[in-house]
Design a protein around this ligand. Structure first.
Ligand SMILES: NC(=[NH2+])NCCC[C@H](N)C(=O)O
Length: 410
C-alpha cells in the first residue's frame, strides 16, 4: 500500500493538500478578543469563503487533491468511542472557560451529528447558546462577562501550523499561543484514526504534548537531505533540537537541520512569513530579517556521536549557507516588495513573501502583493494570483493556508 505522506521538498509537484475553509469561527471574532485570537481585523465571512474557494479551485485545476480538515475529521470519528474521546479531550483542553458547566456543554455537543459537532467545536460555543434552565449551579447562573464556553478557532484556515509533514513522518506541533493550542487535536485524531493514515507506519517527529513550542510555519523542507526551521516568536531552540534528534535517530535521508533565527516580531511570526522556496535555486526573502551586512544567526544541526548528541556549527550568511547545504552554484533571493522601504514592509505585512509552490517555479500568491509578484515573474517564476482582501486579515498567506501531505519527489 502506498504511504499516504511524502514531502521531500518545498517545491516538488503538489499532489495532496489539507485545507480548512473558514467557517463561523471567524464570525465569533470581536474587537475585544482580536489580539488574543491573533487577528488584526474581522473577515467578512461570505467574502473570505469565496476567496478561499478560489484558492482551492486554483489547486484543483492544477491537479491537486484538496482534502478538507473537517471532512477528514468526520471520517476519522467513526465510532461512538472516538466521538466521545474527542469531546472529552476538547473539554479537558478548554477547562478554564467551562465555568463549572462541563456536563452541560458535553450534553450540548452530543446533541449534534458528528459533522455538526466538529463544526461547533471549531466555531466555538457561546454561553448564550445553552438554555438557561440547564444551568443549575450558582457559578453557572452568574455572569462572568466572558461570552464563550469554548473559544472559537479562527486561525484554523492556516492548516500549515498545527501539523506539518516532513518526509513520511509528521510533526504534530505544540502551538505557542493559547488561542491555537487545541488546533493540533484535529490532525492528531486524523493521523491516528482516519483509515487513510491509521494503517501506516507514520513516525512522529514531534508531539503536541511536548513542552517547547514548535509551529509549522517555521518548518521548511528544503530537500531530501535538509530541512530549515525558524527560531522565531513561535518556535523554540529546544523544540528544534528535539525534533532533529528524532529525525536523525530514524536514519532516513535527512542529514541536516538548519536553524535560522529571525526577529521575534508579530509581522514575522514564522520563518515562512519572510522566506519561502519557489524553485530549485530561487527563494523569496524579506530583507528585514537580516542584520547589518546581511548577517544572521544560522546553525546547522547534524547527528552527533551518540543518539543524544548533535553536532552544531554556526553560519552567518543565508545565501552562503543555502548554497552550501543544497550544493548550489547560483542562488537568487527575490526580495519582498522589491526591497523598497515602503512596498517591502507593506507587502510583507500582507504575506508578500509567503508563496505556496505547487511545482518547481510555479507559485500561488496573494494578488495584492503586486510589486513582489512582478518581481517573481521577472525572475522567471509562474505566479498564480488569488484574491486576498479578506484572507489576509488573519496574517497568513497561501503557504500558511495549506498543509501539503504529498508532493512528487524532485
Ligand atoms: N505559517 C504562517 N505564517 N501562519 C500564519 C498564521 C497567522 C495566525 N493568525 C497566527 O497568528 O498564528
Amino acid at each position: 500500500m502506498k504511504h499516504p505522506l511524502n514531502v521531500t521538498s518545498e517545491i516538488g509537484e503538489l499532489k495532496s493538500v489539507v485545507l480548512h475553509r473558514p467557517g463561523k469561527e471567524v464570525e465569533n471574532l470581536t474587537p475585544k478578543y482580536l489580539e488574543r485570537l491573533l487577528f488584526d481585523d474581522i473577515p467578512y465571512l461570505p467574502a473570505v469563503q469565496r476567496e478561499h474557494d478560489y484558492f482551492a479551485d486554483v489547486l484543483r485545476n492544477r491537479g491537486v487533491e484538496v482534502l478538507y480538515l473537517e471532512k477528514l475529521m468526520e471520517e476519522a470519528l467513526k465510532t461512538d468511542e472516538l466521538h466521545q474521546q474527542f469531546i472529552d479531550q476538547v473539554l479537558n483542553e478548554s477547562k478554564s472557560n467551562l465555568n463549572g458547566s462541563r456536563q452541560t456543554v458535553e450534553e450540548y455537543l452530543h446533541s449534534f451529528s458528528t459533522d455538526e459537532m466538529i463544526r461547533k467545536v471549531m466555531s466555538g460555543v457561546l454561553k448564550s447558546e445553552i438554555e438557561p434552565e440547564k444551568k443549575v449551579h450558582l457559578h453557572e447562573l452568574l455572569d462572568d462577562y466572558y461570552p464563550f464556553f469554548l473559544d472559537p478557532m479562527p486561525n484554523l484556515y492556516f492548516t500549515r501550523d498545527p501539523a506539518a509533514v516532513i518526509g513520511n513522518g509528521v510533526s504534530l506541533n505544540k502551538m505557542c499561543e493559547g488561542a491555537r493550542k487545541r488546533e493540533s487535536l484535529f490532525m492528531d485524531f486524523i493521523i491516528k484514526h482516519h483509515p487513510r493514515f491509521s494503517q501506516h507506519d507514520i513516525p512522529h517527529w514531534y508531539d503536541r504534548d511536548e513542552y517547547y513550542p514548535l509551529e509549522g510555519g517555521d518548518e521548511l523542507v528544503l530537500s531530501r537531505e535538509v530541512i530549515a526551521i525558524g527560531v522565531s516568536a513561535r518556535t523554540s531552540a529546544q523544540a528544534i533540537e528535539k525534533l532533529a534528534k528524532r529525525i536523525f535517530a530514524r536514519n532516513g535521508t535527512i542529514k541536516k537541520v538548519v536553524a535560522v533565527e529571525i526577529p521575534k516580531l508579530r509581522a514575522y511570526m514564522h520563518l515562512d512569513t519572510v522566506f519561502t522556496m519557489v524553485d530549485h535555486e530561487k527563494f523569496t526573502i524579506h530583507h528585514g530579517i537580516e542584520g547589518p551586512n546581511g548577517n544572521m544567526k544560522i546553525y546547522i544541526l547534524e547527528k552527533g556521536m551518540d543518539p543524544d548528541t548533535l553536532n552544531i556549527s554556526e553560519r552567518s550568511n543565508l545565501t552562503q549557507t543555502l548554497k552550501e547545504v543544497l550544493g548550489l552554484q547560483e542562488l537568487v533571493l527575490i526580495p519582498c516588495g522589491g526591497g523598497h522601504e515602503i512596498a517591502a514592509a507593506r507587502e510583507q505585512w500582507n504575506d508578500g513573501s509567503n508563496t505556496l509552490a505547487i511545482a518547481p517555479g510555479v507559485v500561488v500568491t496573494y494578488d495584492r502583493n503586486y510589486v513582489s509578484n512582478d518581481l517573481l515573474r521577472k525572475n522567471g517564476v509562474e505566479v498564480i494570483e488569488i484574491p486576498s482582501s479578506e484572507l489576509s486579515r488573519g496574517r497568513g498567506g497561501p503557504r500558511c493556508m495549506s498543509m501539503p501531505i504529498y508532493r512528487k519527489d524532485l
